[in-house]
Design a protein around this ligand. Structure first.
Ligand SMILES: NC(=O)c1ccc[n+]([C@@H]2O[C@H](COP(=O)([O-])OP(=O)(O)OC[C@H]3O[C@@H](n4cnc5c(N)ncnc54)[C@H](OP(=O)(O)O)[C@@H]3O)[C@@H](O)[C@H]2O)c1
Length: 263
């Protein structure tokens, strides 16, 4: 197997690092010697993550408490990085939430917050952090999408559509940047054991509980793909096979399967 590039000493910004997949990214990148900027709303949780990481690894961890759904939050984050002369070479666009339920019954405020976080903040972060990467001729960008991105997903109608946006946006950007030193990777996990489902209001079925992956395996596949400059990766064999088969199904049938999987 080819040796992976050394990212020791680079600075990675990880959104949604106070729990779940984002927190795992922070730990695994720190283990590879990266300094970190970790972002989420819960400052106390971020400080605990910083303490645990710095006790284990000789890296610098900066905590930024920010609600990325708020107007100006992304711009402020970018300005802070510029003012503190932090050159972000790895951007992990991970923060995200879901809203579970029939669209006719979901709360508009929750939908709006989700769309702002899962789509707008991600596009804006990328818009702001990409030019310095191009200037310095060095950068890795990772988007956290979902297997829900690959078909319509009743009961997660808007969330799945927002992940289709991220999947397509990320893959298109990877293509546009293919002649530059910047690489773009889209990671599309299946059901993973985090706070995501409780926050979204989704009761997990026994099958989902049985087949769910842990964040550690999801993130290690993500980091391997990132460092290998792969455009897209679906972690776990079960998820890979599922999405492969789905390509051959009529759209209506894959929508029905997605619905059945959720119930
Ligand atoms: N778990 C799954 O089954 C699964 C499957 C496919 C894809 N994903 C994707 O994986 C990503 C990470 O989710 P997770 O599973 O790790 O869930 P999680 O444990 O709930 O983590 C979500 C992270 O996003 C942060 N966040 C939420 N709202 C925010 C806001 N307004 N501003 C800034 N940060 C915010 C949370 O921190 P605070 O609450 O402190 O702000 C937390 O750190 C998401 O993009 C999700 O769509 C998850």
């Amino acid at each position: 197997m080819a040796e992976l590039p050394d990212i020791k000493g680079k600075t990675a910004l990880v959104t949604g690092a106070s729990s779940g997949i984002g927190m795992e990214f922070a730990f695994q990148l720190a283990a590879l010697g990266c300094n970190l900027v970790i972002v989420a709303r819960n400052e106390e949780a971020l400080k605990i993550v910083r303490k645990e990481i710095t006790e284990q690894y000789p890296v610098e961890v900066t905590v930024i408490a920010a609600d990325l759904t708020q107007e100006q939050a992304v711009e402020k984050l970018f300005r802070d990085m510029v003012q503190n002369k932090k050159q972000i070479e790895i951007l992990i666009n991970n923060a995200g939430v879901g809203v579970f339920g029939e669209f006719q019954n979901t709360s508009w405020q929750k939908e709006l917050g989700m769309l702002r976080l899962d789509i707008l903040s991600v596009v804006q972060l990328t818009k702001l952090f990409l030019p310095p990467m191009l200037y310095h001729k060095s950068g890795y960008i990772l988007f956290v999408s979902s297997v829900a991105a690959f078909q319509p997903c009743p009961l997660y109608a808007t969330y799945a559509a927002s992940k289709s946006f991220i999947q397509n946006f990320g893959e298109a950007l990877a293509f546009e940047l293919s002649d530059t030193p910047i690489s773009v990777t889209v990671l599309a996990p299946g059901v993973t054991s985090t706070h995501f489902h409780a926050t979204a209001g989704q009761p997990l079925t026994s099958f989902q509980k049985m087949s769910m992956m842990d964040s550690r395996s999801v993130v290690s596949e993500g980091i391997r793909a990132l460092l290998n400059k792969r455009t897209s990766v679906i972690p776990g064999w079960g998820n890979k096979i599922l999405i492969f088969i789905e390509r051959f199904l009529p759209r209506k049938l894959s929508t029905w399967f997605a619905y059945k999987f959720m119930k």
